[in-house]
Design a protein around this ligand. Structure first.
Ligand SMILES: C[S@@+](CC[C@H](N)C(=O)[O-])C[C@H]1O[C@@H](n2cnc3c(N)ncnc32)[C@H](O)[C@@H]1O
Length: 192
């Protein structure tokens, strides 16, 4: 059985509810809500660093994290790769915490945190897009990525592949006993 989000997807529905939002009611709200693409669940820092390394993020490039959570990907892109970055987050409380974190780290000039639905953003400035979303959510993003991104852009996805796309490379790593997959795609290589 696939164990995405640290094994959460292998748990019964009520298990995921407890971790993602604290109540079954809240869980139901998340996943019957068409706008929600994934629960709040961070990528391990070593996976984040490997995603950005595989994507070969260059200084000055623009990295977009769709569903940025606590901002660890956009913060690493700025601090370790000297990139500029945009994190889009749909949950207001998560957005507010992440915005404050970025400000506290003195990264507000390099990192922009946006409150909203990643399905409704123009992604055309992105050189690299990072994802840690469900496969079904990637499916919904696919036409948007193809519409907006330049041929040289890369898309890097943690644990959930983009079906029908051919990865440039895949990378498996084990962190604290859990296996993680990273899929790297190049827009120029994808079917239209
Ligand atoms: C699995 S977490 C990944 C967080 C971060 N990208 C990482 O890898 O550590 C997914 C995040 O996406 C957010 N999210 C879910 N649906 C979204 C949407 N439609 N637009 C923007 N953010 C969304 C969730 O609130 C959550 O913070």
């Amino acid at each position: 059985m696939f164990r995405g989000f640290g094994g959460l997807l292998s748990l019964p529905v009520f298990g995921l509810a407890l971790v993602s939002a604290g109540s079954t009611t809240a869980f139901a709200q998340h996943f019957t809500d068409r706008d929600t693409l994934a629960p709040v669940y961070p990528s391990p820092q070593s996976v984040v660093d490997q995603m950005l390394t595989l994507a070969q993020v260059q200084p000055g490039e623009m990295v977009y994290d769709l569903g940025c959570g606590d901002g660890r990907i956009v913060i690493a892109a700025a601090q370790k790769f000297k990139a500029r970055a945009v994190g889009i987050e749909i949950r207001r409380e998560v957005y507010e915490r992440t915005l404050a974190r970025v400000a506290m780290l003195g990264l507000s000039d390099q990192v922009k945190i946006v409150l909203g639905n990643a399905l409704r953003y123009d992604l055309s400035p992105a050189d690299v897009v990072t994802l840690y979303l469900l496969t079904s959510s990637n499916e919904r993003l696919k036409p948007i990525l193809l519409r907006d991104l330049k041929p040289s852009a890369r898309v890097v996805s943690h644990d959930f592949e983009i079906r029908g796309w051919k990865p440039v490379t895949t990378h498996r790593m084990v962190v604290d006993g859990h296996a993680h997959m990273i899929y790297l795609y190049r827009i120029a290589s994808q079917p239209r």
